[in-house]
Design a protein around this ligand. Structure first.
Ligand code: PMP
Length: 405
């Protein structure tokens, strides 16, 4: 036995379940693109169009940066209050009651976390070693990171081709699960679940005594003036309190690096355990940053949302003209999840060749396989318009049209 084999053998029993966590395929693709870009540029005299990133290219509003800086200058550099600064939680509670229509929320129902990512991970940890389900396609971090981290068995319920819910497959999982994960608006499809759809999910959770974990990270990025419905507001109408909702400042304020989010639940046990776990993990989110965010929800987001809508329109209208690419119009978030299978077939290519052929043609995407563990949505890809302007989108569409028309 070689030395390497011995060390692997020794480590394996100790490091479970963390050994099952995979680094995000999106990070890997971004890295690969970085390596290949100089060669493409030298050959074609133009750059890649990066549709793989979830990062946002717009600036964080100045008011927020100034407010955070001010709190640092005031010396707010000591430990934060456990569970989150009261001043911030009061404003969050008010926002949840008025914007999200979740009644009776008080500061003690909220735990401030390091981004939506930590809020979600702690919520899933409540269900360690249990079984959960959610719609597929699904955010890659959930299947590659959160579920392995908590050793959760996860069942994917595939959405229909138009991203509507197949209620028969949805209902079929409920007798086997402890929680249901709903991400609305959804990454990677850009789907916004309607009030009626959420109601059906809530009813099933209530009937089967299943917890609902509602990830509403993209709550503000909603197009065409539509309204967004928080699952917890519907649950409250039905007297169902076993809901944990997670939010973040990352997306709404183009502030992915400030790392503040929160979890909220009217289930006292769940929220107090999330608070205890958050303290164990990180002992809070940075004090000055929390205090600097107190007035964040007063910032006008209309220009920011209009920019994403213009990008969505440019990408959707462009792709619609390419007959072999099938695309649903995103209603929120900043992703699109088109089906390239016919386009690939016409060129005699297999689904796994999509990434390579697109890279050769200067367009970087994330293959659909990153958003399912159960092999759904073959030939799909996620196109993100979070870090590309309308002109860049038009170039990407031109390249795709040349390749697939
Ligand atoms: N939920 C979804 C669906 C996301 O896509 C993300 C970030 N990409 C998050 C939650 C968490 O974001 P953050 O940790 O930056 O708040």
């Amino acid at each position: 036995m070689s030395e390497n084999e011995i060390s692997i053998k020794k480590e394996t029993p100790f490091f479970q379940p963390l050994l099952n966590i995979k680094m995000s395929p999106i990070v890997k693709i971004a890295e690969m693109a970085r390596q290949l870009e100089p060669e493409y540029e030298a050959k074609h005299g133009s750059k890649f169009i990066h549709l793989e990133r979830g990062e946002i290219d717009l600036n964080t509003p100045k008011e927020i940066i100034n407010a955070i800086n001010q709190k640092f200058l005031e010396g707010k550099t000591k430990y934060p209050k456990s569970g989150g600064e009261l001043e911030l939680k009061k404003r969050i509670a008010e926002k949840l009651r008025t914007q999200n229509q979740i009644p009776d929320i008080e500061p003690e129902d909220i735990v401030v976390t390091l981004g939506g990512q930590e809020a979600l991970n702690l919520s899933f940890q409540l269900f360690a070693n249990k079984v959960g389900a959610g719609f597929s396609p699904i955010w890659s971090v959930a299947i590659e990171n959160f579920f392995p981290y908590s050793n959760i068995t996860f069942l994917e319920v595939p959405l229909n081709k138009d991203f509507s819910i197949d209620y028969e497959s949805l209902e079929s999982v409920f007798h086997r699960i402890d929680f249901f994960y709903l991400n609305n608006p959804q990454n990677p499809s850009g789907k916004v679940f309607s009030k009626e759809e959420i109601e059906r999910v809530v009813d099933l959770c209530k009937y089967h005594n299943v917890f609902l974990i509602s990830d509403e990270a993209y709550e503000h990025i909603i197009f065409d003036g539509k309204t967004f419905t928080s699952a917890a507001s519907i649950a409250a109408e039905k007297g169902f309190t076993n809901v944990i909702t997670t939010y973040t400042y990352s997306k709404s304020f183009a502030a992915t690096g400030i790392r503040v989010g929160y979890a909220v639940s009217k289930n006292k046990k769940a929220i107090s355990l999330i608070g205890a776990a958050q303290y164990t993990h990180a002992a809070g989110a940075p004090t000055a940053v929390q205090l600097g965010l107190v007035d964040a929800y007063d910032v006008d987001l209309s220009g920011f949302i209009a920019e994403f809508q213009a990008r969505r329109d440019a990408l959707y209208n462009g792709l619609q003209k390419i007959e072999s690419i099938k695309v649903n119009k995103p209603e929120g978030a900043f992703y699109m999840y088109p089906d390239f299978s016919e386009a690939l077939k016409n060129k005699g290519l297999q689904p796994h060749q999509l990434m390579d052929v697109l890279i050769e043609n200067g367009v970087i995407v994330v293959p659909g396989s990153a958003f399912t563990k159960q092999g759904y949505f073959e030939g799909y890809a996620r196109l993100s318009f979070s870090a590309v302007n309308v002109e860049q989108i038009e170039v990407a569409v031109e390249r795709l049209a040349k390749l697939f028309s």
